[in-house]
Design a protein around this ligand. Structure first.
Ligand SMILES: Cc1cc2nc3c(=O)[nH]c(=O)nc-3n(C[C@H](O)[C@H](O)[C@H](O)COP(=O)(O)OP(=O)(O)OC[C@H]3O[C@@H](n4cnc5c(N)ncnc54)[C@H](O)[C@@H]3O)c2cc1C
Length: 500
């Protein structure tokens, strides 16, 4: 039975990943009435964790940058400071082609540059120049200071956003053929190949991760516990198992004033924020508003890869330090990150977790990049319903064995210590983040404006992991920027300044 909700809701947020949760809370802090809708049974998107054999595992949040700059500001504004506690992580790299393993010191960019300069002495000046450039680009990016009133909506448009990472590397004429992979390795953390990513954008992401890599104690649970409390405190209505079926009632100036929910109810709304993939909301817009230029703008976006992940426990008498090791099967990062190539990267994350009895364990999560279509082709299935077929299960087993072999190549000492507890395919990730379970949203390519801000329906805004930068930090920053655009400078400053 269809009925209309009695109260007018001022703001409707669609999607409850890191970006949707952030904007819902920011809007509620201005006194708006906010409804957050989520099509899954629980909120959190890729922040959600799961339990195997008493241990908690993360789906899409293993490490982050930002604790040495903007993350403390974010946590303060959102009142999550007590919930989200960083824990340092070590970074390492394994180049399969040469079997070389690099373990830089975890102390900062200059130390990293000197460590690599020792290993590649012929390229020492180019290595130092590159890391200085990373720092310079970050220093010139106002996005990384929430209090900066010069902040732009899209953190781009320095001269370094006009060439690709690959073009920059080509100009350096490195002596070592390994160096582009070594310096560009953080491309694995944004998912766009060096031949496509603007140099400036790559450096913003890479610098943060190189400078200060952390994980968060209790991973996504830490954020979600805090968000649950704060959203409740600010009166945000959360509706799970709900999405928008249709936009109703448009005003003459192309604003949508009412939507039909999948529950059959109608909801009055003043502004709608889509914190989901564009393919989830564009079909809702009236045909007449989807002009050829709009279609071109949205149509040309390409998703990044998804992942195949395995989750395990390490029972070793000498527990390893918390580490992100990036394994690449080829030194050609374009092949590693592009679809169709027979090359891949695997992130291997070891971390310390307590079980329900408080006993400490070491977990190991390894995620190999893989496109949804490639996975479907490999196991010969075309729909989610077939995921219990024998071919699907066999393929899962095969890929798990391949990943375990890579792990043991890197960490032979864990041969007897590793117990695999579960695995997840790109089809599994689809359930966390439709429509393709892509890990970093859409690719950040040269000369493309970021997919954020106002949409063709005038009271609708886009944000989300496809919008500004990848990862949890990028999703949250994107939410701050969209909030600023929608609420205006005065309200933005009131919310951000209040937290000082
Ligand atoms: C295996 C893996 C590992 C990763 N590791 C890291 C990491 O270590 N560090 C890091 O920073 N990032 C990592 N990421 C990326 C990070 O998880 C994402 O960039 C980020 O969580 C995206 O947040 P989001 O809010 O934009 O979207 P999501 O988390 O995808 O949330 C979108 C939400 O919207 C809901 N939704 C979708 N469509 C609709 C609809 N029509 N109606 C209602 N609800 C809808 C979805 O169900 C979902 O809950 C990883 C990703 C993967 C897959």
């Amino acid at each position: 039975m269809s009925h209309s909700s009695s109260a007018a809701h001022e703001a409707l947020v669609v999607g409850s990943g890191a970006s949707g949760l952030t904007i819902a809370l920011l809007l509620a802090k201005t006194g708006r009435k906010v409804t957050l809708i989520e099509q899954q049974a629980s909120i959190g998107g890729y922040l959600r964790r799961f339990t195997r054999k008493g241990l908690r595992f993360d789906t899409g949040f293993h490490f982050t940058a930002g604790f040495d700059d903007v993350m403390p500001q974010i946590l303060q504004v959102l009142d999550l400071e007590r919930d989200v506690i960083p824990s340092p992580m070590h970074s390492a790299l394994y180049l399969h082609e040469s079997g070389r393993r690099l373990e830089p010191p975890a102390t900062g960019l200059s130390e990293l540059a000197e460590y690599l300069a020792d290993i590649f002495p012929d390229d020492a000046p180019a290595i130092r120049r590159y890391y200085q450039l990373e720092q310079q680009i970050v220093a010139e990016t106002p996005l990384f200071n929430l209090h900066n009133t010069e902040q732009m909506l899209a953190p781009q448009l320095s001269s370094y956003d006009a060439i690709t990472l690959q073009e920059y590397f080509a100009e350096q004429h490195f002596h070592s053929s390994e160096l582009p992979a070594v310096l560009g390795i953080m491309a694995f953390c944004h998912g766009t190949p060096p031949q496509e990513i603007p140099l400036g954008q790559h450096c913003r992401i890479s610098c943060g991760l190189n400078r200060h890599l952390s994980r968060v104690e209790h991973g996504g649970d830490a954020f979600l516990n805090g968000f649950h409390r704060e959203l409740k405190r600010h009166g945000v209505t959360i509706r799970t198992n709900t999405t928008i079926d249709k936009m109703l009632s448009f005003t003459a100036d192309q604003r949508c004033r009412e939507v039909l929910l999948s529950t059959g109810e109608t909801l009055a709304t003043d502004t709608i924020f889509f914190a989901v993939h564009p393919e989830c909301y564009l079909p809702l817009f009236p045909e007449a508003l989807l002009t050829p230029s709009t279609r071109r703008r949205f149509g040309k976006y390409q998703d990044t890869c998804s992942f195949f992940a395995i989750y395990g426990r390490l029972d070793h008498e000498q527990p390893p330090k918390q580490e992100l090791l990036q394994y690449i099967s080829s030194n050609d990062l374009n092949a590693v990150l592009g679809p169709g190539a027979n090359a891949y990267g695997t992130g291997m994350v070891t971390s310390s977790e307590r079980d329900a009895q408080g006993k400490k364990h070491t977990t190991l999560t390894a995620f190999r990049n893989m496109h949804l279509d490639e996975f479907k082709a490999r196991c010969g299935i075309t729909s989610l319903q077939q995921r219990h077929s024998q071919k699907y299960l066999d393929t899962k087993q095969q890929i798990t064995a391949e990943i375990v072999a890579d792990i043991l190549r890197v960490y032979p000492q864990y041969a007897q210590a590793l117990t695999v507890l579960d695995s997840a395919t790109p089809l599994t990730f689809l359930r966390y983040s439709p429509p393709r379970g892509s890990a970093y949203g859409v690719r950040i390519k040269m000369s493309e404006s970021r997919l954020a801000g106002r949409l063709p329906v005038n009271n609708c805004f886009a944000l989300g992991h496809h919008a500004i930068m990848p990862g949890i930090l990028g999703s949250i920053l994107g939410a701050f920027l969209t909030f600023r655009l929608a609420a205006g400078e005065e309200q933005y400053n009131a919310v951000v300044a209040n937290a000082r």
